[in-house]
Ligand binder design. Structure first.
Ligand code: GAL
Length: 499
C-alpha cells in the first residue's frame, strides 16, 4: 500500500517536471540547424546542442532525423529534438569543435560510487531511472565498489584519476575531502554549470561555502546526511519500559538493564575501520557542543580540551557493551542485530534509515545522547573528472543530481534529505516521518561538519583520526589516544597553513 502511494506520488509530482525536458520540432521547409537555432533560441551558437540532442534521440527512435554534419541540409518532414535551454547551455560548456564525436548520441555513463547497501542502491537506482528517462540512448555503467564511507572506493578512484582513466563521474563528499583529489589538476570546475542551472539560488549558503575549494565548486550535491543519530529497536524499548536516552548517564543505565536481559545493548560494525571513528565524532559533538566541536577543525579548540578526554572515556565505556563480533561487521550488516531484536541500539548516519526502509524495519530514532539541537552534517556530491570519457553524458547526470525531481526520488530512498531549499510542503510530505523531522532539524539546529565523511578536514587528518581511534579500541589508553589526536591536529593544521 505504502509503495503504491509513493509510486503514485512520484507520478504526480515528478513526471510533469521531466516532461519539460525538450520538445519535438518538425521541419516544414528545407532548412539548416543554423536557421532552426536562430528561430528557437535566437542564437546560432545552439546549433551543436540541437544536433547532439537530435542524434541522441535517433539512436533509439529512427523517426528522429539523423544529422550527419553540423551544416547538413535538413529536409522537409525531418523530426528534430530541441533540448531544453539549461541542458543546451551546459552542453555548450563542454562542446569542443575538435571533438565531433560529441555531436552524436549514445555512449556510456560510468558512475563511480560506493552505494551498494540497502537504501544506497535504491537511491542510486532512482537517479538512474530519471536519467534513463531523459537520456535513453546512454548506457549507464554502475561502477560501484562496496565499502561504507567509500574507504575502498576512494582508494580505487585515485590511481584511475592519475592514470587518466577515471569513471565519468564519481561520488565525492562536499568539503575538504576534495583536497585529496587535486581538483585543480583532475576535476572540472563547475561554477559555470551552477550559474546555468541556477543552483547558487537553490542550495543553502553554508553548503555552497563548503563546496568551495580553491575558489571553485567541484561537485553537485545530491543530499544532506546527518551523522549523529541513535537508532533503536522500538519493541525492545517498549518491552522493558525503557526511555530513549538523552544523555550518556541514561544511555549507560539502559545498557546495564539490557545486558542483564541478555540483549546486546549497543551494536557496532567496525570492519571498514571508519565506523568506530564515526561513533567517536558524534560523541565529540556531544561532549564539546557545537561551537567547540567546530573549533576542533579550525584550530580554535585545542585537542587537549577536557571534552575530548571525556569523549574518549565514553567511547571506551561503550565498547564494554558492544557485540563481540564488531570487527567482523560492517555498518549495514550489524543493523541485522536491531532488525532481529538481538541488539537494541546503534549509532550511525541516517543512511541507516535508508537501510531500514529497504528492509522494511520500523526502527526508532533520536539524536545521539547529548546532541539534541546539533546536526553533524555531510553531503554527497558528484564530480566531473577532466578526463571523463563521456563528458556530454556527465552533464546530463549532474543536471539530474541537482534537479528537484532527482533529489526527491533519491533522498526518499537513501535516508537523506534534499540539499535544495525549494522543497514545497507537498513534496516534503512524500518523505517518511524521520526524514521530515531531519528536514526540520536541518533548518533549526546548529550545523557542524562531519570529519569521517569528508566535510571537516583534509584526508590525511581523517586518516590520522581514524588510526588514533582504532588504536584506542585496542589499548583503551585515553591519554595516549588524546596525544595522538593532538599530534594529528597539529600536523594537519600546519599542512593547511592554519598554524
Ligand atoms: C557516507 C556517505 C553516505 C553513505 C555512507 C555509508 O560516507 O556519505 O551516502 O553511503 O557513507 O556508505
Amino acid at each position: 500500500m505504502r509503495k503504491w502511494l509513493v509510486g503514485l506520488a512520484v507520478l504526480v509530482f515528478v513526471l510533469p517536471v521531466l516532461a519539460q525536458a525538450g520538445k519535438e520540432y518538425i521541419v516544414l521547409q528545407t532548412t539548416s540547424l543554423k536557421a532552426v537555432a536562430l528561430e528557437v533560441f535566437a542564437d546560432e551558437a545552439y546549433v551543436p546542442a540541437i544536433m547532439r540532442a537530435t542524434n541522441s534521440k535517433h539512436v533509439l527512435d529512427k523517426t528522429f532525423f539523423f544529422v550527419p554534419a553540423i551544416d547538413a541540409v535538413i529536409p522537409v518532414g525531418a523530426k528534430l529534438w530541441i533540448p531544453d535551454e539549461i541542458w543546451a547551455k551546459a552542453f555548450l560548456l563542454v562542446y569542443d569543435p575538435t571533438k565531433p564525436e560529441y555531436l552524436f548520441g549514445g555512449g556510456q555513463l560510468v558512475v563511480g560510487s560506493w552505494w551498494t547497501a540497502g537504501g544506497e542502491a535504491e537511491g542510486l537506482e532512482a537517479l538512474f531511472a530519471i536519467y534513463r528517462e531523459l537520456y535513453p540512448d546512454v548506457v549507464i555503467v554502475n561502477a560501484t565498489i562496496a565499502g561504507g564511507a567509500g574507504y575502498a572506493f576512494k582508494a580505487m578512484v585515485k590511481p584511475r584519476l592519475i592514470a587518466g582513466v577515471p569513471p565519468d563521474t564519481f561520488q565525492l563528499h562536499a568539503g575538504l575531502e576534495v583536497e585529496g583529489y587535486m581538483p585543480e589538476v583532475y576535476l572540472t570546475p563547475l561554477d559555470e554549470l551552477y550559474q546555468i542551472a541556477g543552483w547558487t539560488a537553490v542550495f543553502p549558503k553554508d553548503l555552497l561555502d563548503l563546496l568551495l575549494y580553491k575558489g571553485h565548486v567541484w561537485g553537485v550535491p545530491v543530499n544532506i546526511h546527518r551523522s549523529n543519530v541513535l537508532w533503536y529497536n522500538k519493541e525492545i524499548f517498549a518491552r522493558f519500559g525503557l526511555k530513549v536516552p538523552a544523555n550518556w548517564d541514561e544511555f549507560f543505565a539502559v545498557c546495564d538493564t539490557l545486558r542483564a536481559q541478555g540483549i546486546v545493548p549497543f551494536t557496532l560494525g567496525n570492519a571498514g575501520g571508519w565506523e568506530a571513528p564515526h561513533l567517536f565524532e558524534t560523541i565529540l559533538a556531544s561532549t564539546l557542543g557545537p561551537e567547540k566541536y567546530r573549533g576542533l577543525w579550525t584550530g580554535a579548540t585545542p585537542w587537549t580540551d577536557p571534552g575530548v578526554t571525556e569523549a574518549l572515556k565514553i567511547l571506551g565505556r561503550i565498547m564494554d557493551y558492544v557485540n563481540a563480533d564488531y570487527a567482523a561487521h560492517t555498518w549495514d550488516t550489524v543493523l541485522e542485530y536491531i532488525a532481529a531484536g538481538r541488539g537494541a541500539m546503534n549509532i550511525m548516519g541516517d543512511w541507516a534509515m535508508g537501510w531500514f526502509m529497504a528492509k522494511g524495519v520500523d526502527a526508532g530514532w533520536a539524536p545521539v545522547p547529548g546532541t539534541a539541537g546539533t546536526f553533524v552534517a555531510l553531503s554527497d556530491s558528484f564530480s566531473f573528472p577532466k578526463r571523463a570519457a563521456n563528458p556530454v553524458n556527465v552533464l546530463g547526470w549532474l543536471l539530474v543530481c541537482g534537479s528537484k525531481e532527482g533529489q526527491i526520488a533519491f533522498n526518499m530512498r537513501k535516508g537523506s534529505i534534499p540539499a535544495r531549499t525549494d522543497i514545497t510542503p507537498k513534496e516534503k510530505a512524500l518523505f517518511n516521518p524521520y526524514l521530515q523531522s531531519a528536514m526540520d532539524d536541518w533548518a533549526r539546529d546548529a550545523i557542524v561538519p562531519s570529519v569521517i565523511h569528508g566535510a571537516a578536514a583534509i584526508e590525511s587528518w581523517v586518516v590520522d583520526f581514524i588510526q588514533a581511534v582504532n588504536f584506542f579500541l585496542v589499548t583503551r589508553d585515553v591519554a595516549r589516544a588524546q596525544a595522538a589526536l593532538v599530534t594529528a591536529a597539529e600536523t594537519a593544521l600546519q599542512a593547511m597553513g592554519v598554524k
